[in-house]
Design a binder for this molecule. Structure first.
Ligand code: UD1
Length: 423
């Protein structure tokens, strides 16, 4: 068990490089099973979730090699999935990471069958997979759910018209993966529009698939009979980008973020500007500076291009020390306010009513011992710690490491006083 010890009060300055996007890499690793040829993903973040997915691929029979670029230090993954020996995904690995559900689409496409353990609920509330299963069934998969396992089988996958009740990111990706090797045309309506979906489309097309429309409501996939290998550079992580933007703002700092796509964080930039933070694009970098106490702004999470639910905890940390009262509405997940209790321990004034949090900004937070119970909540507590008076201990660092590469080290490079203690 590890924890961060943070001494708050340092204004961050300098430049930090943003890593490749976790939520883009995970479906791509699953998609690599669709071919028998080697694929390479450049700029893979070194994260716990990525390690679990690599272990799953190896257990299925794929050959995975890691190569570090001598100049940039960035990691490339080379996956050769020629010899896939089983369609059964190990239960403890499935339960360790929800994204293993992506293997349903890719193994169905590759082997015509798959067996995975049912992913449980998680700390941000129930996370059903009905849209994934209905989509795969529409393509012809016969799905049985028994004793906590899902078994899906299809002699042949056939293109279909699928309308998603909600633009689910994971369901859109899973259906895209199954459809690329299906016979005929698949149309996904009310598809998710997140940048990671566009990156998956680009990756699949580089393998020889025919996918169009990602980033819009309707995605059209013409099935092909086989896919080849490819090399692909993953997009920068927009949630890590947003987290560092808020780190700059909350500490009254002046920082530059390298390896970013500013358009992907437009909704976050708009909210930060509205609250008085300077956010400007400078030759492939984002510059974030704040020389006064930010003003409270209201935030409502929505599917992309709306404000990301994955940045809601971090903006709540910022609103906790802003001037005025902010109303934060969470519309994507049912139970995503666990960080509010911990921020309160640091002196934040937050009231939760259903899916709405009313945050009355206070001048300062105070160091406390708090616990990260999930990835983004953990990031919010670190942000609180950066500005709190005195020492903050954030327990549960393993949750944060699921999604942030070298988080403490990157913050230290900007001048934060943060140490990781293990044991
Ligand atoms: C992905 C991201 C996660 C982010 C979320 C929303 C990855 C690996 N994870 O998760 O970081 O917080 O998008 O931007 O990319 N739903 C159903 N039935 C389903 C699927 C989803 O009801 O079959 C509901 C969920 O309960 C939730 C909403 O749809 O309320 C959004 O979920 P979804 O977009 O599927 O999120 P994930 O793909 O799980």
């Amino acid at each position: 068990m590890s924890r961060y010890i943070i001494r708050g009060g340092e204004r961050l300055s300098g430049t930090v490089r943003i890593s490749g996007a976790k939520n883009a890499v995970l479906p791509m690793l699953a998609a690599m099973l669709l071919t028998e040829k080697e694929c390479v993903i450049r700029d893979t973040p070194r994260l716990r979730d990525v390690s679990v997915m690599i272990e799953i691929l190896r257990k299925l029979g794929a050959d995975v090699e890691e190569r570090v670029d001598e100049n940039t230090g960035s990691l490339s993954l080379m996956v050769n999935p020629l010899r896939i020996i089983t369609h059964e995904v190990e239960e403890n690995l499935t339960r360790a990471m929800r994204s293993s559900i992506f293997l349903m689409g890719s193994l169905l496409g590759r082997l015509g069958k798959v067996r995975v353990a049912y992913p449980g609920g998680c700390d941000i509330g129930p996370r059903p997979i009905d849209l994934h299963l209905r989509g795969l069934a529409a393509l012809g998969a016969d799905i049985n759910e028994k004793f906590g396992y899902i078994h899906a089988e299809a002699k042949k996958l056939t293109g279909a018209e699928i309308h998603l009740d909600f633009p689910s990111v994971g369901a859109t990706e899973n259906i895209m993966m199954a459809a690329v090797l299906a016979e005929g045309t698949t149309v996904i309506r009310n598809a998710a529009k997140e940048p990671e979906i566009v990156d998956l489309q680009n990756f699949l097309n580089a393998m020889g698939a025919n996918v169009k429309g990602a980033g819009m409501d309707i995605i059209r996939i013409e099935g092909t009979s086989g896919l080849g290998g490819c090399e692909h550079q993953v997009i920068p992580d927009r949630i890590e980008t947003a987290t560092f933007m808020i780190a700059g703002a909350i500490t009254g700092g002046d920082i530059y973020l390298d390896n970013v796509i500013p358009e992907h964080v437009e909704s976050v930039s708009a909210k930060l500007r509205e609250s008085g933070v300077l956010v400007e694009e400078k030759t492939g970098k984002l510059h974030v500076a704040c020389d006064r106490r930010p003003s409270a702004v209201d935030v409502k999470t929505l599917p992309y291009p709306g404000f990301p639910t994955d940045v809601q905890p971090q903006i709540m940390a910022l609103m906790s020390v802003s001037e005025g009262t902010s109303v934060i509405t969470e519309t994507v997940f049912e139970n995503r306010f666990k960080h509010a209790d911990e921020l309160r321990r640091m002196g934040a004034n937050i009231k939760i009513e259903g899916r709405t949090a009313v945050v009355k900004g206070t001048r300062t937070l105070f160091g406390a011992c708090v616990e990260a119970t999930n990835l983004r909540s953990g990031a919010a507590l670190v942000l609180g710690g950066l500005v709190a008076q005195g020492l903050t201990t954030v327990e549960g660092v393993e949750h944060i490491e699921r999604g942030y590469e070298d988080f403490d080290q990157k913050l230290r490079s900007l001048g934060a006083r943060i140490q990781k203690l293990t044991g």
